[in-house]
Design a binder for this molecule. Structure first.
Ligand SMILES: N[C@@H](Cc1ccccc1)C(=O)O
Length: 465
């Protein structure tokens, strides 16, 4: 496709065959810089051939030269004012203004006047300076010889400049080939398309790629899990990444010397939180001291960590002493680890809690079946397990082709040591599902780090599911 400027240049060249950049600029009205860039384009398209491309020197008026050309040389003016008579210095100075000193200087140097005290006496009657003649010559486009140029340069009336001059011709191809036309609305209306030759459409040309904005695919997956839980009648609850150990561990009956509370198993955050109502704190303390047989410390419970399990959110729900509950939370948890294709120090869990009179262990297992079936894992099995806060406890395995049985969750009925201190006496089922592993299985992601990728090329390549 040719631009308007290119078309203008071509049509001028068709009448001229060979032309210079100066002529093209003058004829088409395009500024020289535009002419140069378009000639380069046309050359690369094989439409024009560059015959010569050179720098030429030329003489250009300075701004002083321009004003002298307009108003005359100062010494010429002085002599015109004197008009053959003796003149007074003061008078002439006030008539001529700032040009007077220059005029007087040159008139003396050229031997045109004599100075006598306050009197100026002209030695010639009429005077037209050679500089003036040269300026007029230059304006008429006549060329000056070196001497003449020097005369003007000495008085800073002209300067030497350099300019690029390109000479081009249309190539044979461009001349013989009929101009490629694009069908326009106007041609259709006027019927002028008849008998013309058009550039054929290339129906195989690929369209330009315009990436659309979309959400991160792992974010989408998390949204899908939320949708599923809501469709199963659960309400979402959320809380912060920075958590008091009281909720992350103590309320969950994990003793204060539990290995998970060691510095290399949790991220410690500076500072401390404030404990909830005294009654709850006292009952948690009593429970720990009664069963774990150690002296429970409030200071330790107030320490802050990056939550290591979303079960901390479950603990927060419990601390409100609900009569019943059907809630879930989904979000990031943090654990120190060495990073590789299957381990990161931050990942996602989805914890859930059901508090309901008559809720049984079998109800819990069937709830888990519903959740996994909704997630697309139709075959699951349970294996007895241990967690400090549930009894009985199970690990949930799901069958995924071609891997086989994959561990996906931990679950159980919350111990009375966990529920009772909050005043919850109804049975409660709880679970925690590893979301990253599931996402990797479903989305065909081999490296867990890809779930958190910010590489725009990679993210664009992921299909919207
Ligand atoms: N929080 C446990 C999972 C779990 C949650 C709730 C009940 C039982 C187990 C973990 O991170 O491994």
């Amino acid at each position: 496709m040719l631009s308007d400027s290119e078309l203008k240049i071509i049509s001028f060249l068709k009448s001229k065959k060979v032309a210079t950049s100066d002529e093209i600029s003058k004829e088409t009205g395009l500024p020289l810089s535009t002419v140069f860039s378009n000639l380069a384009l046309l050359e690369s398209k094989g439409i024009v051939k560059v015959i010569s491309d050179k720098k030429i020197q030329y003489i250009s008026l300075t701004s002083e030269g321009e004003s002298r050309l307009r108003d005359g040389m100062p010494e010429d003016k002085l002599l015109r004012l004197l008009n053959g008579n003796v003149g007074n210095l003061q008078e002439l100075r006030s008539k001529m203004g700032s040009d007077f000193e220059i005029a007087l200087g040159w008139a003396k140097r050229k031997g045109l006047v004599e100075l006598n005290g306050e009197e100026i006496k002209p030695l010639v009657k009429d005077y037209s300076s050679p500089e003036n003649t040269l300026l007029l010559k230059l304006r008429n486009g006549d060329s000056l010889n070196e001497n003449e140029i020097q005369t003007l340069m000495k008085r800073k009336l002209v300067e030497r400049k350099e300019r690029r001059l390109v000479e081009v011709e249309l190539t044979q191809d461009a001349v013989s080939k009929p101009q490629e036309l694009y069908l326009t609305h106007e041609m259709l209306v006027s019927g002028s398309w008849r008998g013309k030759e058009f550039k054929p459409y290339n129906v195989e040309a690929l369209p330009p790629f315009y990436p659309i904005g979309k959400s991160h695919y792992f974010r989408d997956f998390i949204e899908k899990v939320k949708d599923l839980m809501i469709s199963l009648g659960f309400k979402e609850v959320v809380s912060d990444y920075v958590e008091m150990e009281f909720y992350n561990f103590d309320m969950l009956f994990q003793p204060q010397d539990h290995p998970a509370r060691e510095i290399h198993d949790s991220f410690i955050v500076n500072g401390h939180g404030s404990l909830p109502n005294e009654e709850l704190v006292r009952r948690v303390k009593d429970t720990h001291e009664k069963w774990w047989k150690y002296s429970w410390s409030e200071e330790n419970a107030k320490r802050l960590v990056l939550r290591s399990q979303t079960t901390a959110v479950t603990a927060r729900v419990l601390s409100k002493s609900p009569k019943n509950a059907r809630v879930f939370t989904i979000g990031k948890v943090f654990r120190p680890d060495s990073i590789d294709a299957t381990h990161l120090v931050e990942f996602h869990q989805m914890d859930g809690l059901v508090i309901e009179d008559e809720f049984t262990f079998r109800d819990l297992l069937s709830t888990l079946r519903d959740i996994f079936s909704g997630l697309g894992v139709k075959q699951i099995k349970f294996k007895p397990a241990y967690f400090p806060f549930t009894e009985p406890s199970v690990e949930v395995y799901g069958f995924v082709d071609p891997l086989g049985w994959v561990e996906m969750a931990g679950a159980g009925l919350l111990r009375e040591e966990v529920t009772n201190p909050s005043g919850v006496y109804a049975p409660a089922g709880a679970w925690g599902i590893g979301i990253d592993r599931l996402a990797m299985l479903f989305l065909g992601v081999k490296d867990i780090r890809d779930l958190y990728s910010t590489n725009i090329e990679y993210l664009r390549s992921r299909r919207v599911v």
